[in-house]
Design a protein around this ligand. Structure first.
Ligand SMILES: C[S@@+](CC[C@H](N)C(=O)[O-])C[C@H]1O[C@@H](n2cnc3c(N)ncnc32)[C@H](O)[C@@H]1O
Length: 204
């Protein structure tokens, strides 16, 4: 189906999911987000970019001292994020944008956060290349998502349900090392958070 794995499809489905997104995803991922962001020890004054920021569930782990930018392809998600930012008293510059083609300058950010985006975005390699481009040399990135385990082939069950999962939720068969290999980013942490979720962090 030509529409699946496109920005248009993502915009359509996340516009539909937006009213129930937090209900479905807030609780389960709370600990993973906390660990991912707090372990970065982000300095006051740091510039932070969240790619595919959704409704802004990462924001509560950031502080008013941070210069936060958030982009997402779905306007309805961005609007929800803006409301959350206001409630949290955070100054967030949030806009609709494509993570595969960022509007930011080279080396603009100290931190890039990619939570639950690399398995959803049509072209994960384009996205990680863009993350690398906008990250300052010495800056840090954090990724939290579902990836296949390198040492294991994607199982038959996973391969069978992937076409359906890709339509409604996410690609189950992406390999984060293959994605990172398109960049010069240096991985320092590759940690299992649950049976399918991983935390990957490193620097440029
Ligand atoms: C599973 S949600 C994750 C949202 C958020 N990062 C989180 O952790 O809750 C995936 C998000 O990616 C966004 N998205 C999909 N394709 C995108 C693209 N090309 N550029 C930017 N955002 C995109 C969707 O609109 C959706 O909000």
């Amino acid at each position: 189906m030509a529409l699946v794995s496109t920005n248009t499809w993502n915009r359509i489905r996340y516009t539909i999911y937006q009213p129930i997104y937090d209900l479905l995803l807030e609780g389960y991922f709370y600990k993973f987000r906390k660990r991912s962001i707090e372990s970065l020890d982000i300095e006051p004054g740091a510039s932070v970019l969240i790619i595919g920021a959704g409704t802004g569930l990462d924001l509560e782990f950031l502080s008013p001292d941070h210069h936060i930018h958030a982009i997402d392809i779905t306007p309805a998600m961005v609007r929800k994020l803006q409301v959350r930012a206001q409630k949290l008293g955070l100054n967030v510059s949030a806009q609709t944008g494509d993570g595969q083609n960022l509007i930011f300058n080279d080396e603009e950010f100290d931190i890039v956060i990619m939570h639950l985006i690399l398995a959803v975005i049509p072209d994960a390699k384009a996205c990680i290349k863009e993350a690398e481009r906008v990250l300052k040399t010495g800056g840090s990135f954090t990724i939290m998502d579902k990836f296949i385990q390198k040492e294991k082939e994607s199982g038959l069950f996973r391969r069978l349900i992937n076409p359906l999962s890709n339509i409604i939720a996410t690609n189950l068969n992406r390999d984060v090392d293959e994605i990172l290999a398109y960049t010069g980013l240096k991985k320092s942490i590759h940690l299992k958070l649950s049976s399918i979720f991983w935390l990957i962090q490193g620097t440029k």
